[in-house]
Design a protein around this ligand. Structure first.
Ligand code: ZN
Length: 268
């Protein structure tokens, strides 16, 4: 099996990569409180482990090589700073990390990138960042959040009422029970359903509301959970994980048909 971690290659191995057949995934996430029952690295752990499974799956065919860049551990999590443990970047710091990463790789000819995100609070920044990268570096980079790829499955497996899959919830706790049960303390999990501030402010991975009033978890939750982790199961986590890996892998395989001309702009 070829190596999938960017940082585990030597420079001659990087130099030898086929630029047209190599996709680089950059996982993004957060170090932020996830209630009393999950660990601070939940979002980046999920993004990273999904990215690595995708790299293995796509790379096991012989058409494409997928490498995973060092993950961007921290995200923008000001709404979690009311609980200890959270480490939050400023918006521009997060963007600059992405910009500097791509700027380092681009001069060596790499142009196939995918950002795989595990933290809802990063989404606006990711959109802004890839727009700036396009403007400054001439590379078009898609960014996706893993739960957005499997909305249909989340609706199917979710047993909680809407509001039950928000944060450290039925979905994230199921993933942790499947991927690393030793890091979950279910004795500390409680139902912490959101007070939706308006009928249009839904806080749920399955059905985000259109009136997105920025949260403050200290204000808007009891213990840093939004949802119902008591309905989480290992089996749900396995289905969620496998489905996300499958969907993201098919997205990369579809992107393989795009040429350099499709993913870069000629004025650079
Ligand atoms: Zn999370």
């Amino acid at each position: 099996m070829e190596r999938i971690s960017w940082e585990k290659l030597s420079w001659p191995q990087v130099e030898a990569l086929d630029r047209d057949q190599t996709t680089i995934i950059i996982p993004t996430g957060a170090i932020e409180q996830h209630g009393p029952h999950l660990t601070l690295d939940t979002d980046i752990y999920n993004a990273d482990v999904i990215a690595r499974a995708v790299a293995k799956k796509v790379g096991s065919g012989n058409r494409q090589r997928v490498l995973v860049a060092p993950p961007v551990w921290w995200g923008t999590s000001p709404h979690h700073l009311g609980f200890p443990g959270t480490i939050s970047l400023k918006n521009h710091t997060f963007s600059e990390i992405l910009m500097d990463t791509i700027s380092s790789m681009k001069p060596h000819g790499f142009y196939r990138f995918l950002l795989v995100n595990g933290h809802g609070g990063n989404i606006g920044n990711l959109t802004a960042s890839v727009s700036q990268i396009g403007a400054d570096l001439g590379i078009s980079i898609p960014a996706l959040s893993y739960w957005q790829t499997i909305n249909d499955l989340l609706i199917e497996v979710g047993e909680s009422e809407i509001g039950g899959m928000g944060h450290a919830c039925e979905m994230e706790t199921s993933l942790a029970l499947y991927l690393r049960p030793e890091d979950v303390d279910m004795t500390q999990a409680i139902i912490d359903m959101p007070n939706q501030p308006t009928p249009w402010s839904c806080i749920d991975f399955r059905q985000p509301g259109f009136l997105n009033i920025p949260l403050d978890l200290k204000r808007d939750s009891k213990v840093g959970i939004i949802g119902n982790p008591l309905l989480a199961t290992r089996e749900k986590g396995e289905r969620i994980f496998n489905a996300a890996v499958e969907r993201i892998s098919s997205a990369i395989e579809a992107m393989a048909d795009l040429t350099k001309r499709d993913l870069t702009t000629s004025r650079f």
